[in-house]
Design a protein around this ligand. Structure first.
Ligand SMILES: O=CC(=O)O
Length: 333
């Protein structure tokens, strides 16, 4: 990029207006004016030409694509936290830095996790549906639409990172007791604040919880972390919430266990093959066993503008010859 004043920054998707305006002011920004994902040939053209590529979490930036990058591509500044669609290792081998947008979507995603945690036990979607569908509401009844109590229950968080901790803070305020499984134990001060119990064994935690919340990243090590065997350890009265990534759960097994009454229900924001949806999930939704959202965890206007600002900060730091604050290093596997 040396010698160039304004790097050519190719952005694969439409971003919120204030972000695009700022990008145009600062860079030679190539925006995607049509609000649709780039096709594969468009992505190839983009990676060949750009000094900086700004993909989103749905673009597949795999080794084959990275191999086609032009010599001037030195930075992939992801608009999003999860980098599971970027081959960070292949990028590093080609001398390309990768950055993401952590922190700014933590609280929004935790809010949505909390909403989903309530949704199935308290029958939110089913209840709302009574009023908006042509089903007749006969009025309040002592025995109708009874869900299950949330407060006083045990919440097991799989992945106590930034989002997991933000979920735990909210859940504690809702009267749940906090349990977690993580590769590493969190700081004692955080455990004390949350009165959290650490489970070294994920299996043992799964077997004892009322609600499980998945909050770890998707990596080769967490693929189907909640496998058929592990899901089968859960109690038949337990619920599972996933706002992380679909492939952390063996979705087909989860569907079967809910269908067979071996898990009470699930609230999902992410899917194993999204945007494709397993049609069996729709059948479970119709029975009130699952609540399904279309990957909206971080979808607030403020959050998306903050994410754009993070992308800009990373690009500017990099272009100015500094280490970008949100550099993602290849995984040590
Ligand atoms: O899912 C959203 C993200 O990873 O940013």
């Amino acid at each position: 990029m040396a010698g160039k004043k304004r790097p050519l920054v190719v952005i694969t998707r439409k971003l919120p207006d204030p972000v695009e305006t700022r990008m145009r002011e600062l860079f030679d920004a190539r925006l995607n004016v049509e609000d649709r994902p780039m096709t594969q040939p468009e992505l190839v053209a983009a990676i060949k030409e750009a000094d900086v590529l700004v993909p989103t979490i749905t673009d597949n930036i795999d080794a084959a694509l990275i191999a086609q990058a032009g010599d001037n591509l030195k930075l992939i500044a992801n608009f999003g936290n999860g980098v599971d669609k970027i081959d960070v290792e292949a990028a590093a081998k080609k001398g390309i830095t990768v950055t993401n947008t952590p922190n700014v979507l933590t609280e929004d995603t935790a809010d949505m996790t909390m909403a989903l945690m309530l949704a199935v036990p308290r029958r939110l979607a089913e209840g709302a549906n009574v009023l908006t569908s042509d089903k007749k509401w006969a009025g309040w009844s002592p025995t109708w639409m009874l869900g299950r109590r949330i407060w006083g229950k045990r919440l097991g968080i799989v992945g106590m990172g930034r989002i997991g901790t933000a979920v735990a803070r909210r859940a504690k305020a809702f009267g749940l007791s906090i349990h977690y499984h993580n590769r590493h134990r969190v700081l004692p001060a955080v455990e004390d604040e949350l009165e959290a119990t650490y489970w070294e064994s994920l299996d043992q935690m799964l077997a004892r919880m009322d609600i499980i919340s998945v909050n770890c990243p998707s990596t080769p090590a967490t693929f189907h972390l909640l496998s058929a065997r592990r899901l089968a350890l859960m109690q038949p009265s337990a619920y599972i919430v996933n706002t992380a990534r679909g492939d952390i759960i063996d979705e087909e097994s989860l569907i079967k266990l809910i269908h067979d009454g071996k898990i009470a229900g699930a609230a999902l924001d992410v899917y194993e093959h999204e945007p494709a949806l397993n049609s069996k999930l729709l059948k479970l939704a119709a029975k009130g066993k699952v609540v399904l959202l279309p990957h909206m965890g971080s979808a607030t206007l403020e959050g998306r503008i903050d994410m754009g600002e993070k992308v800009i900060i990373n690009i500017r730091a990099f272009v100015d010859g500094h280490r970008p604050p949100d550099r993602v290093l290849p995984l040590r596997t």
